[in-house]
Structure formats: structure tokens, C-alpha cells
Design a binder for this molecule. Structure first.
Ligand code: BDR
Ligand code: CA
Length: 323
């Protein structure tokens, strides 16, 4: 049986890859996509999500728009600027044709609650964006904690942040929501922080191979990841020259092949105080807190396995690219 999942995204160049992998892999059934304020204002993230699905011929997957701001703040801890890092890494619109399909009328939070209430099969929830929708849904329907069998989160960082020295963007963008989710008591949370995604780098050489597949997914992968590599090389250099992390897709790859990341059980708490470390995920690697672990955390990843999974999947997307 295919593994069902819902992706919660703020599309975004790396969200785009996660969507393609989830929509196209034969072992997965992407039942719906929810969007949230994050890399750009939510309406751009929704449009970008629809663009990706249209481009790869998967417009029948429904898209539900979610929250346009964090759950407890009017804005991010530091308000969005036009020239900021996110604008550089993602842009407002992805460089793909305008969407022809439309979002659903139902809101993301309502969709999550209704879908899990009605589910007869397990559906993994994969948030790869600020956790605002998920926290809002749990608050409205606490039974979700038992109804959602597994949550795989792209977020957090131990060694180094990306939006500040301490914090990773998804957690920093809505720290109160992240604190709600990590403390909710879910049966299984897997956290995929920067420590893992920075080990799963995609190179410029890989992008050439994706482009050469001649499929829409291969082409889109090369466009969005090529863009990421250009920006990372200029402003956030990775360990390998001409490479970039494609964070969100690593969570989806883990559902296809769990061994693409290596995890351990840890206690994770989120700093919500408005100081230097706002949005930091404090991962208790040496058991100093005396608290029980609340999630599995990935500290390592297999880059070549990750790229192979995407290459094989995107090769099968045999449609004629329109652009
Ligand atoms: C995360 O932040 C966003 O900018 C990316 O889409 C990813 O989900 C990486 O820190
Ligand atoms: Ca994202």
C-alpha cells in the first residue's frame, strides 16, 4: 500500500522539490498540500505550490491555503524586508509558468482537522514550513495528537542556524507554534534539522543531470536548485563548492527510504523568549534536562542516496515540458 502523506509548505525553492518528490514517487500518495506564511506571504506560497503541481501534471492534488501570520505574533521576530535572505533564496514567485489550477475553498486548518477526523488509513503529516497551521489545528482539535500517527518536520538546528546564528528559519518564523507542536505529545515526531540537510547537498553537476532527464520534474529541479546554488555560493557557502541544501525534500526522501537520514532520540525544546536565541531548538544531546525524549532528530544524511531517489523519481515524470 502506498504511504499517505499531507505536506505543509511555504513554497519556496526547496518546498517545490519536496512537492515533486511526494507527488511523483510510486510508493507515496500525496493526499493534499497545505500552505502557510513563510518564505513569502502565504498567497505567493499558494500560487507557487499550484505552479509546481501544474508543471509536473499533478494538478488534481488539492491545495489548501493556511495562516498568513504566526499564531502569537503579528510578524516574524524581525519583520520581513524586501532585500532579505529569503527573498534571495526563494524569490516571491518560482520561475515556472503561472498556475492554471486554483486553491480549494476550505482553509488549511479546517482541512487538516476534517481529514484526520475522517481518516481510515494512517496519514503522515510532513510540515516543511513554519508550524503555524499545525499548532492552530491542534489547539482547535486536540484529538489530532492521537489521530496523526507520525509528524516529520523540517526545522531546527543544533550546530548552526541559518536565519540567525542560533535559529533555523521554520522554527524562528513562529517559535510559539513550534513549542506547541514539540510539546503536544505526538506518538512520533521526526525532526530533520539543518545538521542533516547541510549534509545532503545537491551540486551543480547533479543539476545538469536533472536537466538532462528531459522531464518537467527534472527541468524544474534544475531551475529551482540551480537558483539555490547560485545564492548559497554567494551568501551562505556550504562545505562543497557549487552546492546547496534542498532541506524540505529530505523529509520526503526519508518516507521513501528511512536510511537516507540517521536519527537518535532526544528532548527538543524551543526558545520563545525574544533574545539572541529566539527560535532556537535546544536539543538535549547530553541528557542535561532530565526530561524524556520527545522526538527523533536527524544529525546525518546520505547525500548520494538522496540524489539517487530524486533522480529515479523525476526521470519517470514523462510529460512534455511547456517552458
Ligand atoms: C527551511 O526554511 C525555508 O526557507 C525552507 O523552505 C526550509 O523549509 C530551511 O531553513
Ligand atoms: Ca519550506
Amino acid at each position: 500500500m502506498k504511504k499517505k502523506l499531507i505536506l505543509d509548505v511555504d513554497t519556496g525553492t526547496d518546498d517545490a522539490v519536496a512537492i515533486m518528490l511526494a507527488a511523483l514517487h510510486e510508493d507515496l500518495d500525496l493526499v493534499g498540500v497545505t500552505t502557510v506564511n513563510g518564505n513569502a506571504e502565504v498567497e505567493y506560497c499558494t500560487e507557487n505550490t499550484l505552479r509546481v503541481l501544474d508543471y509536473i501534471g499533478e494538478s488534481s492534488i488539492p491545495v489548501f491555503e493556511g495562516l498568513d501570520k504566526p499564531i502569537a505574533r503579528e510578524d516574524f521576530p524581525v519583520p520581513r524586508r524586501q532585500d532579505d535572505l529569503l527573498e534571495k533564496i526563494h524569490g516571491k514567485f518560482l520561475d515556472l509558468p503561472e498556475a492554471t489550477s486554483r486553491k480549494q475553498d476550505t482553509s488549511a486548518v479546517e482541512y487538516l482537522i476534517e481529514t484526520y477526523r475522517a481518516a481510515t488509513d494512517p496519514i503522515t503529516l510532513v510540515p516543511v514550513a513554519p508550524l503555524s497551521n499545525i499548532a492552530a489545528a491542534i489547539r482547535l482539535e486536540p484529538k489530532l495528537i492521537k489521530l496523526i500517527p507520525e509528524v516529520v518536520i523540517m526545522g531546527g538546528a543544533h550546530y548552526t542556524g541559518n536565519v540567525t546564528p542560533s535559529a533555523e528559519f521554520n522554527i524562528w518564523a513562529d517559535p510559539e507554534a513550534a513549542a506547541v507542536v514539540f510539546n503536544a505529545g505526538f506518538e512520533k515526531i521526526t525532526m530533520v534539522p539543518l545538521d542533516a540537510t547541510h549534509k545532503a547537498l545537491v551540486t551543480a553537476g547533479d543539476c545538469e543531470a536533472f536537466e538532462a532527464l528531459g522531464t518537467p520534474a527534472g527541468k524544474a529541479m534544475s531551475i529551482v536548485t540551480g537558483h539555490r546554488i547560485g545564492v548559497h555560493d554567494k551568501i551562505q557557502r556550504m562545505d562543497i563548492e557549487r552546492s546547496a541544501p534542498v532541506h524540505d525534500a529530505l523529509c520526503v526522501a526519508h518516507l521513501i527510504d528511512p536510511s537516507v537520514i540517521t536519527t537518535g532520540d532526544y528532548r527538543v525544546d524551543v526558545d520563545t523568549a525574544n533574545g539572541l536565541c529566539v527560535g532556537r531548538t535546544v536539543i538535549d544531546v547530553r541528557e542535561r534536562s532530565g526530561k524524556e525524549p520527545n522526538c527523533k532528530v536527524a544529525f546525518d544524511a546520505d547525500a548520494r542516496k538522496f540524489v539517487s531517489i530524486m533522480m529515479e523519481t523525476f526521470a519517470k515524470n514523462r510529460l512534455t515540458a511547456e517552458a
